[in-house]
Structures are given as C-alpha cells and as structure tokens.
Design a protein around this ligand. Structure first.
Ligand SMILES: [Zn+2]
Length: 183
C-alpha cells in the first residue's frame, strides 16, 4: 500500500516535471464531465482505478468495525460525487474531520466523504450535485494519520426518518468494483 502511494506521488512529480510546472500543494487533475452510463457509480477520488481499491469494510479501526472503504491518494486530490444527489450536511467531526453527507436523488442512500482537506469552493448544504462533480479534496482532517491522506467513503441505507447521521452501512467495495467508473 505504501509503495502504491509512493508510485502515485512519484507520478505527480514526474508529470509536474514534464509540464514545466512546480509541484502544487493541491494537484490539479482534469476531471472528465462525460455522463456515466446508467447504474454506474463514480469512484469518489479522481484518477483512482478499481485495482487500487481494497476491501477494508470489516476491519476493526479503533475498536469499531470500519464500515467504510479508505481510498489512498495524495493530499489535495479532488473528491468526486459518487452519484447524482444533494449535499445534505457539511459536518466537522472529531473522528471524520471535514465531512460531507450526500443523499441520492431517491433519498434511499447516504454517501459519506470524510477526512477532507477542504470543501470545494462552491459546495453548500442543499446543493444539487451531479456524479463526478468535485465536492472536496483528499486530506487528513479528523483522526486520519497525518502521513496517510485518504478518503474515508461510506454508504448507508437511510432510515425511514431520513436522519443524515443514521442508517445501516453497506460495503462500498463490491459496488465500486462492479459498477465503478474512474474519473
Ligand atoms: Zn476509514
């Protein structure tokens, strides 16, 4: 895993070298705005391939089941809306740091993005987003190790009262592997 991260970082350094730009703190990745085929889900970190994902849903983190997937990427990599939906809540929590709760269009599932370095400039609660839209940037806010920037990504089945912080966790890994699209 550490080697993969090193390769990613090396790749960015190499790109910066060949384009004559200095290495930016927040790497600018061009993200395609092509529509995703019906039923597809955008892998919520720009440039991350299915093969780089690891299923750590059932791992125990700090004494609790993880119930999410951690997607490693350099700090500042764009975080993308996995599905069309609405930004329901922007929340700064001790464990998650800067987080986003996005509800899908049918209000059946919530998509949770945590440890963000920052939100995208224009993101507000109640805002509609399209899948693939940049909603934030990968970071280490909350309890993420300072040297391991990653997106903590969770999907929950919303309860009948649609409370943004509740619901039963669904493993994102098989969904991303079956229907994921890299942007
Ligand atoms: Zn996590």
């Amino acid at each position: 895993m550490r080697n993969a991260l090193r390769l990613l970082l090396a790749g960015i350094a190499v790109c910066a070298f060949f384009t004559g730009r200095s290495v930016a703190v927040e790497p600018r990745v061009s993200v395609s705005t092509e529509p995703v085929a019906s039923g597809g889900i955008v892998i919520p970190v720009a440039g991350v391939a299915k093969a780089a994902l690891r299923d750590d849903f059932d791992n125990i983190h700090s004494g609790h089941p993880h119930h999410a997937i951690d997607i490693l990427a350099p700090r500042g990599t764009p975080v993308l809306a996995a599905v069309d939906g609405t930004i329901r809540k922007l929340f700064d929590s001790r464990a998650g740091g800067l987080t986003i709760y996005e509800f899908d269009v049918a209000t059946e599932k919530s998509y949770y993005y945590a440890h963000l370095d920052s939100y995208a400039d224009d993101v507000t609660e109640g805002m509609r987003v399209r899948q693939g839209d940049v909603i934030g940037y990968v970071g280490t806010t909350g309890n993420a190790p300072a040297n391991t920037p990653h997106l903590h990504f969770a999907i929950t089945l919303l309860p009948p009262d649609k409370a943004w912080s509740k619901g039963d966790a669904i493993d994102p890994y098989p969904i991303l592997v079956a229907r994921g699209v890299t942007r």
